[in-house]
Design a binder for this molecule. Sequence first.
Ligand SMILES: Nc1ncnc2c1ncn2[C@@H]1O[C@H](COP(=O)(O)OP(=O)(O)O)[C@@H](O)[C@H]1O
Ligand SMILES: [Mg+2]
Length: 261
Amino acid sequence: MGSFVELKKVSVLRDDKKILDDINLIIDSDENVAIVGPNGSGKSTFIKLMICKIYPSYTGNDTICRLFGRIKWNIRDLRSMLGIVTNELEYAFHSDITGLEAVLSGFFSSVGIADNCVITKEMMQKSNDIIELLDVSFLKDRKFETMSSGETKRFLIARALVNNPKVLVLDEPSNSLDITSSIKFHSMMRKITTSGTKIVLVTHLVSDIIPEMNRFIFFKKGKIFADGKRGEIFNSATLSSLFDIGVKLNENNGLCEINIA
Ligand SMILES: Nc1ncnc2c1ncn2[C@@H]1O[C@H](COP(=O)(O)OP(=O)(O)O)[C@@H](O)[C@H]1O
Ligand SMILES: [Mg+2]
């Protein structure tokens, strides 16, 4: 098992402002976690730390920033441990790539397939299996430019899953999805958690949260505002303080929503 991320006294400074301020946190690699906070609370910056894209601003003797027990990783070694899908990644892909090609590119950690890439039968089989699992086989030969945002996201998630990562990190996955697509997305995340990969979901929308998530980490103004089990902190009172507005949390058949109280 072991830890996925271990952070101690981690701060990130930009333009003389602490955008992450004294973060102390351990996430184990067998946890499904929801990281929730308002816009600008530091969630995406936290993801950049988690994927070694940025490093802590101060590295005193007591600062710890480890990923799967190690301080530095090269991206190729990391891909079998960690899958990541952000909105930035979606913009990085050319619109004329097909769904299947996008998924195959996960084996090479590239945003497309270079001419010198050798695609094995096993790679093809694995890609098709995951495309099937995520219910997008009917779209696999279509180009990204002809797909909706929800559809391209599914292929990017399939791309992240080809390397059997222990943990899949999703940053605001339902951004720009309509209600039907969000619900489909919800059941897809549930399927992934039962297939053996854990999900760390980062969102400002409680409607993204799935019942399998039992640990909640709330970010506010660059700090951890609350961290605990679902039953302890996922409630109307804590969410109202998190978002600075009175809200009521409703849970219905595994779907969550908040309304102004
Ligand atoms: N490279 C940067 N330079 C300056 N400010 C930044 C940079 N990256 C993020 N910020 C600021 O840090 C804060 C947190 O950003 P971010 O981590 O993207 O929040 P979230 O993902 O929760 O919306 C925001 O106020 C944002 O403007
Ligand atoms: Mg963000």
